[in-house]
Write a protein that binds this ligand. Structure first.
Ligand SMILES: NC(=O)c1ccc[n+]([C@@H]2O[C@H](COP(=O)([O-])OP(=O)(O)OC[C@H]3O[C@@H](n4cnc5c(N)ncnc54)[C@H](O)[C@@H]3O)[C@@H](O)[C@H]2O)c1
Length: 327
């Protein structure tokens, strides 16, 4: 799809991060956008940012509170999109919503593991199913599924358990690659792309914590402090002399570093994604770190989970993720 003007796009997780920037850039290109998120407030902020930049005449931006992991909510979202955008068709579906966490099969609860998996994989699957008929109604359509470098490399370093997220992101990549043939056979006017970002500067670390715990505040509960303390100890941090306030500060600093120290901003990522869609590329790597990891994993797959593989890559890419300080 070369042109977004006059089209209709659906973006999941449009409240913050890459989803917000996708919405802003689609709107700036003259595209109608329907977004969903768990938070009405962050979507309202996204909408205000679009309006402050002056909307093209007659353009529709609609916001829908919906959990992509919940089938009835996804169906309600689809029905609201049809009603409020006054259409039976959409042209673009960005399955972007995602969270981290629940990484360990041993140290984390089953509930946390499945919450991450059901959002990162289940959300992509459910929204694709729900919106496919509307994509098929359009003269051309494009499904853009956000995986990650964790869709081809199941690690953020040797000191962090990351099983739920990686399992989900591998699923998103496999699903999207198989969809290429399925669409070519049964709906050739609809295409798809898998997006594999490296480290992008967003608030995903803090947002994921809030979604998992239901605690909207930046102040950690005693149970969260205990969990963070145990995780830090496992990652090799000397927590014995740290007060609860120190643990709280460490968790907030980790989220801040993730946002501020990334090699690629969310706005840059959105531009790369939209350029990839315009160029009709099915695989969209985002960031120099993602390109480099892709090369390294292909060159030496058997070494991909060795400590020196990670240390060499992290030093070259300037990654602080997965280091003791970042954990
Ligand atoms: N930031 C990175 O470094 C990075 C790297 C690779 C892949 N990704 C992926 O990119 C996508 C966007 O992440 P981001 O970094 O912009 O994070 P973000 O936290 O800034 O944005 C994600 C948005 O999705 C929403 N969301 C979460 N669960 C939801 C649910 N169940 N239903 C509806 N909305 C939900 C959140 O509220 C949030 O607004 C995610 O799929 C993430 O896994 C991020």
């Amino acid at each position: 799809m070369k042109e977004f003007s006059g089209r209709t796009a659906v973006v999941t997780g449009g409240g913050t991060g890459m989803g917000r920037e996708l919405v802003r850039q689609l709107v700036a290109a003259g595209c109608n956008v329907a977004m969903c998120d768990l938070s009405a407030q962050t979507m309202a902020e996204t909408r205000s940012l679009c309006e402050a930049a002056r909307l093209p005449q007659g353009l529709r931006i609609t916001t829908h509170v919906a959990d992509v992991a919940d089938e009835p909510q996804v169906q309600r979202f689809r029905n609201e999109v049809a009603a409020q955008q006054q259409t039976d068709r959409i042209h673009l579906l960005f399955n972007n919503a995602g969270i981290g966490g629940g990484g360990s099969m041993i140290a984390d609860s089953r509930e946390a593991w499945e919450r991450t998996f059901n959002i990162c994989w289940g959300g992509v699957y459910r929204c694709t199913r729900a919106f496919l008929p509307m994509l098929q109604q359009a003269d051309e359509g494009h499904i853009v599924n956000t995986s990650s470098v964790n869709g081809f490399w199941a690690s953020v370093g040797p000191r962090v358990s990351h099983t739920a997220y990686c399992a989900a992101k591998f699923a998103v990549k496999g699903f999207t690659e198989a969809l290429i043939t399925d669409l070519r056979m049964h709906a050739p006017h609809v295409r798809c792309s898998v997006v594999m970002p490296g480290h992008i500067g967003t608030s995903i670390v803090g947002n994921s914590r809030k979604i998992h715990t239901g605690n909207e505040s930046d102040t950690l509960s005693p149970a969260e402090i205990a969990r963070a303390r145990a995780a830090a100890a496992l990652a090799g941090v000397d927590v014995a002399a740290m007060s609860d306030a120190d643990i709280q500060a460490m968790v907030l600093a980790r989220a801040r570093h993730f946002l501020e120290d990334a090699p690629t901003t969310a706005a840059e990522a959105a531009t790369i994604i939209l350029d990839g869609v315009r160029a009709e590329r099915w695989r969209i790597l985002v960031g120099k770190d993602a390109h480099r990891l892709d090369e390294l994993v292909r060159q030496t797959p058997e070494r991909a989970y060795d400590l020196d593989f990670f240390e060499a890559f992290a030093a070259e890419a300037g990654w602080r993720l997965g280091s003791r300080a970042a954990r």
